[in-house]
Ligand binder design. Structure first.
Ligand code: ADP
Ligand code: MG
Length: 358
């Protein structure tokens, strides 16, 4: 199968019907795959939100991950960036390097990709296809009313800090796949499978991002770990924050299970080391793709309404302060003396995210 047959068979679909007055993004795509450029027609008064994310085999995903899940994740991590800006998905391009044209792999990948794309009304409008080590790069385009995008720079002292959904389960699954989980945790298969689904099938919080326009003062999506990504908000906004670890630690969905492990294996469960593991997963795990955002206390009812209307749980985890830096506290309000590095691809000793141990 040649390059053009591959594109025609797996990545070319009809442009969505044109309905200029339809809500959402219908009608914005004038020309899709097949010419030198795609053509989009942004609606008046809207700004285009553009973001790219690349997934590299061995670094962001295991070579043997299910292709359908990979198709989902490649788009999900990009939609998550739109969500963080409060932008509505419109279209995306797909640049693909593949070692060979494996039809089963391509069919699975396309299935996962288009299932998520269709769920968000986001059309594939172009891309590039080449032979090489497996590498997926998606650029996503969204739209947001001019001046209403959520930015990292809007957090103000006194604002509440919130995070959506759960934290740390993706990192837990990665540790399990790499054989790094403490042996005595003995998590049931169903719990590990649910954690693995968080790693391989993240849910981009698009509806929440849209509902937070005009409510949140700043936002970011959590890809490299809660504290690292919060650090980006703090630097961009010129503020500091205090985060309550007694609220964030139970946000790992496996927490209830681990608490029962604690009951069963009482003496084996060491609050110092096991508790520290949990804190590390939730605060610095990475790959969560939840929204981390701030909002003034006067917006608490509006934040609750946004969570309700988007059917996305949110938890208040701390407060923005004028004093720069990040402070962690426990349930008693006592400082937690710990520093957590978030994932950094170019850190001197960054371990590879998705390499299985020998
Ligand atoms: P060009 O050489 O003009 O850049 P290509 O020959 O690479 O274009 O691609 C032909 C058409 O197929 C273009 O419209 C391009 O956007 C599209 N395309 C190429 N690869 C992909 C892909 N992986 N997914 C979707 N569209 C693709
Ligand atoms: Mg061309």
């Amino acid at each position: 199968m040649g390059e053009f047959e591959l594109i025609a068979r797996y990545f070319t679909r009809p442009v969505p019907a044109t309905a200029p007055d339809a809500p959402g993004t219908a009608g914005r795509v004038v020309l899709g795959v097949g010419d030198d450029c795609a053509l989009l027609a942004p609606a008046p008064g809207m700004q285009l939100a553009v973001s790219s994310d690349m997934l590299v085999e061995g670094r962001h995903f295991f070579a043997d991950v299910a292709p359908e899940r990979l198709g989902h994740k490649a788009l999900a991590v990009n939609l998550s960036d739109l969500a963080a800006c409060g932008a509505r998905p419109l279209a995306f391009t797909l640049a693909l390097a593949l070692p060979e044209a494996d039809e089963d792999w391509l069919a699975g990948f396309a299935r996962g990709l288009f299932a998520l794309a269709d769920a968000h009304g986001c059309a594939l409008v172009g891309g590039d296809t080449t032979q090489g080590p497996r590498n997926l790069c998606i650029t996503v385009l969204g739209e947001v009313p001019a001046g209403q995008a959520l930015l990292r720079s809007g957090a103000r002292p006194g604002d509440d800090v919130y995070v959506s959904g759960t934290l740390g389960d993706a990192a837990l699954a990665l540790a399990a796949l790499q054989g790094r989980l403490p042996a005595h945790w003995r998590l049931p298969g169903a719990v590990l499978a649910a954690a693995r689904a968080r790693l391989e099938l993240p849910t981009p919080r698009v509806a929440l991002g849209l509902a937070l326009r005009g409510v949140a003062s700043s936002a970011i999506d959590v890809s490299d770990g809660l504290l690292g990504d919060l650090g980006h908000i703090l630097r961009a906004s010129g503020v500091g924050a205090c985060i309550d670890c007694s609220v964030t630690t139970p946000l790992i969905a496996a927490y209830a299970e681990l608490s029962s492990v604690r009951g069963q294996f009482g003496s084996e469960f060491d609050p110092a080391t096991d508790g520290e593991f949990l804190r590390r997963y939730t605060l610095a795990g990475g790959d969560d793709y939840e929204l981390l955002f701030t909002a003034a206390p006067a917006q608490r009812v509006a934040v609750a309404a946004a969570a309700l209307s988007s059917a996305t749980p949110v938890t208040r985890i701390g407060r923005i302060e004028a004093q720069p830096g990040l402070r962690l506290i426990d349930a008693q309000g006592q400082p937690v003396a710990a520093r957590y590095a978030s994932f950094d691809h170019f850190a001197p000793h960054a371990c590879t995210k998705a390499e299985k141990p020998e």
